[in-house]
Design a protein around this ligand. Structure first.
Ligand code: FRU
Length: 326
C-alpha cells in the first residue's frame, strides 16, 4: 500500500471557548478525518494577542508544514505571521485578518458585508428613522473594524438613522452591561442594538429585559448558529429580530490547506457567503439544520457498524486459523 505523506498543520486559534469556534474546530476535524496522515496541532490563545504571538513562534519551532491562523487582533499578530510566511511556511488566514497581505490564502466571509447587511436591515426595521447603538467584537480585530465600517456605511445612506454610541463587547472580564444600562436609561430615543455577535446580543437582551425595554428595543446579532440560545433559536423565539449567518470556514480551511500541501490548485481568496436570518426564513434554517444533524448521526452509526463488522470478521478469522492449526 502506498505510504500517505505525513503533514504537520499548526492551527493558532484566538480562543476555543465560544460555540462559534467550537463549531469551526468540529468542521476542521470532520474534514481531517479523511487525512489520517496529518498531524494537527491546535494552540488556543485564550483571547490574548501576546500569547498568540508566542504560540505561533512555538508552532514555527515545531517545524509545521502549514500554518492556519485566526488572529485575535490584527496588528499585534501581523509581524509573526509575516515571519512564518517569509520562512516559506504557507499561511492560511481564517475568519479574522492580519494587517498584511503576506499570506498564502484567506478563508472567511466579508465582514464589511456583514455590517452592511445589518445596517440595511436596521433601516428597514425602523422605517428609516431612529437612534441605534452598536456593540463590537474584541477591539482591534478585523471583525470589529470591518463590521463597524459596513454598518456605518449602510446607515449613512439613511439620513433618519443615527448611531449614538458604540460599546466594546465583553472582553478581559469587563462587562458592557453598566454602560448599556446608562445609555438606554438616559436616551429613550434608542430603538435598536446591533450586536456584532449573538452572545453579545443575548446579553444585551437581558439588560433590556431588566429595564423593561425588551418589547421596545430591536436587536440584530451575528453568527446564526444552530442550538439552544444560539442565533437561530433566538430569532425563532423573537429575542432577536435578525442575525447575520457568519460561516466558520473550518472545513474550507482544511480543504485549502490540503490543496496547498498536495500542490493542487487553490484559490487565494475564499469568500464564504453570508445570509440574513429573520422571522421569514428562520423555520427553513431550523429544518435544514435538523436534517444535517440527523445525517451526521446516521453517518456516525454507519461508521460504528463498519467497526463492529470489522471486529467480528477479525475474530472469526482468528477462530478459523485456530481450528485449522489444531
Ligand atoms: C468567536 C467570534 C464570533 C464572531 C467571530 C469574529 O470568537 O467572536 O462570535 O463572529 O469571532 O471573528
Amino acid at each position: 500500500t502506498p505510504q500517505e505523506p505525513a503533514y504537520r498543520i499548526g492551527f493558532s486559534q484566538r480562543t476555543t471557548a465560544d460555540t462559534w469556534r467550537k463549531t469551526m474546530l468540529e468542521g476542521m476535524n470532520r474534514e481531517l478525518s479523511f487525512y489520517p496522515g496529518v498531524d494537527f496541532i491546535v494552540k488556543d490563545a485564550g483571547g490574548q494577542s501576546a500569547k498568540q504571538v508566542e504560540q505561533i513562534q512555538e508552532l514555527i519551532g515545531q517545524q509545521i508544514d502549514l500554518l492556519i491562523v485566526s488572529p485575535n487582533s490584527a496588528r499585534p499578530i501581523t509581524p509573526i505571521v509575516e515571519k512564518a510566511y517569509q520562512q516559506g511556511i504557507p499561511v492560511i488566514v481564517l475568519d479574522r485578518r492580519t494587517a498584511s497581505d503576506q499570506y498564502t490564502a484567506y478563508v472567511g466571509a466579508d465582514n464589511v458585508e456583514v455590517g452592511r447587511t445589518a445596517g440595511i436591515y436596521a433601516g428597514a426595521l425602523l422605517d428609516g428613522k431612529g437612534d441605534v447603538i452598536e456593540i463590537g467584537e474584541s477591539p482591534g480585530s478585523s471583525a470589529d473594524i470591518d463590521r463597524h465600517r459596513g454598518f456605518v456605511e449602510a446607515i449613512g445612506r439613511q439620513p433618519g438613522i443615527r448611531l449614538v454610541g458604540k460599546l466594546a463587547g465583553d472582553w478581559d472580564k469587563r462587562s458592557f452591561a453598566p454602560e448599556l444600562t446608562r445609555l438606554l436609561t438616559t436616551r429613550p430615543s434608542i430603538q435598536l442594538i446591533f450586536a456584532q455577535n449573538d452572545r453579545t446580543a443575548l446579553k444585551a437582551y437581558r439588560v433590556c429585559q431588566q429595564l423593561g425595554l425588551d418589547k421596545q428595543i430591536r436587536i440584530i446579532g451575528v453568527d446564526g448558529l444552530p442550538g439552544k440560545n444560539e442565533g437561530i433559536d433566538l430569532v425563532d423565539r423573537g429575542i432577536l429580530s435578525a442575525t447575520v449567518l457568519y460561516p466558520t470556514g473550518g472545513k474550507e480551511a482544511i480543504r485549502t490547506a490540503m490543496a496547498i500541501l498536495q500542490k493542487q490548485p487553490f484559490k487565494r481568496e475564499n469568500r464564504l457567503p453570508i445570509t440574513l436570518i429573520d422571522s421569514t426564513n428562520v423555520q427553513i434554517m431550523k429544518l435544514q439544520n435538523d436534517k444535517v444533524t440527523e445525517q451526521q448521526i446516521d453517518i456516525e452509526r454507519q461508521r460504528q457498524r463498519i467497526d463492529d463488522l470489522n471486529r467480528t470478521y477479525a475474530s472469526q478469522r482468528n477462530r478459523l486459523y485456530i481450528t485449522l492449526v489444531s
